[in-house]
Design a protein around this ligand. Sequence first.
Ligand SMILES: Cc1ncc(COP(=O)(O)O)c(C=O)c1O
Length: 425
Amino acid sequence: MNKENWTNPTVLTDIANRFKTPLYVYDECRIRENYRTFYRAFKNRYHGIKVLYAYKANTNLAICKILQNEGAGADVVSPGELKTALHVGVKPEDIIFTNNSKGQDELKTAVDAGAVINIDSIDELKLLGDILTELGKNSRISFRINPEIDPKTHPKISTGMRNSKFGIHIEKDIAFNAYKTAKGMGNIKIAGIHTHIGSQIMDTGVFAETAERIMEFVLRLKNELGIELEFVDLGGGLGIPYHGESAPSPEDMARVVVPVIQKWTKKIDYEPQLWLEPGRCIVGNAGILLCRVQGVKKTPSKNFVNVDAGFNTLLRPAMYDAYHKVNVIGKENEEQSERYDIAGNVCESGDILAGDRMLPEVREGDIIAIFDVGAYGFSMSSQYNSRPRPAEILIRERSVEIIRERETIDDIFAGQRIPDDLKLR
Ligand SMILES: Cc1ncc(COP(=O)(O)O)c(C=O)c1O
């Protein structure tokens, strides 16, 4: 199988018939290519580059392993993702553990693993200090900075605005004092600085603006606290075209970000590594969701195509009003004569996977392909409505492989208990 034909209607029909629907289908070749394109765009311009794949985008073990093979580190946000990264062979020093609310056990797991801990508040720094003292261990840390920049994307995925819950603000010297405090803690090794302003960002200018703000602060750390950092991590966020619109490439991003870093390395008089955490632009366009039409309902106001997937399978349309291109497999060349809403099977009115689409006439049994679901597709899926999660398939160069079995009702029952006395009634 090569990269040209993984979206071929015959291939997709065969796969849907063989593995049943709903089904996530990924292309290994596309994932590798996306990673290499991203890595090269930065590596060609700055020597100290580390790309840490953002696991939250898609944590399937096979996909994480492919990216580990390519040399990616890991941006993880939970002990589960941390263990996933270790499981597929990512070295602890190439893992950064980020989130805004880390509990004691989570911090202990990260300390034991030897990952970089990305601190999000002063309380968290104190908690980590106590844990390190108790364990008699040291830890490499960075601070997540809130640069107060509008990434001009959906509000629910804007993460570095003044009112966001993430990061430590530069204003009022909060971040400066955090570094100062950390510098005085014997069991803490300050390794870096981090920021992540949001996701699905289409204006590369905001990355340059972020880099400016962070590097200005890095200069202050050097001048006033004598701190030299191992890395500057600018997070992820590069958007992808869901509508076929023009979107910035990794080259476009690197072209505006790297010169800012280079300008400031002269001022700080050392060269920290540049870390980046792409998720969506690595796996987003490498995934398709296949679902089966169970019936078409024509109402006085709308035509609904009822499919066997819902927002439990793909949350993005319901959560972010996200647009995903859809096709009726095998009818690509037919006239788009009817207007439809693709309705999910979850019992909520908001469960529309694609609204207001002109498509060829759809019939029961047709297969609908929903495109660009490789990122934040399966990873945000759930068992809502007691529906087992779908299977995942990987199209490889010479084979098609199942990389996650379809769940069963027993998987939904697993771990649940009915108290004994209730069983008697
Ligand atoms: C801290 C962090 N890094 C990286 C990412 C990846 O972002 P994206 O998938 O937009 O590249 C995210 C996702 O929101 C994130 O929260």
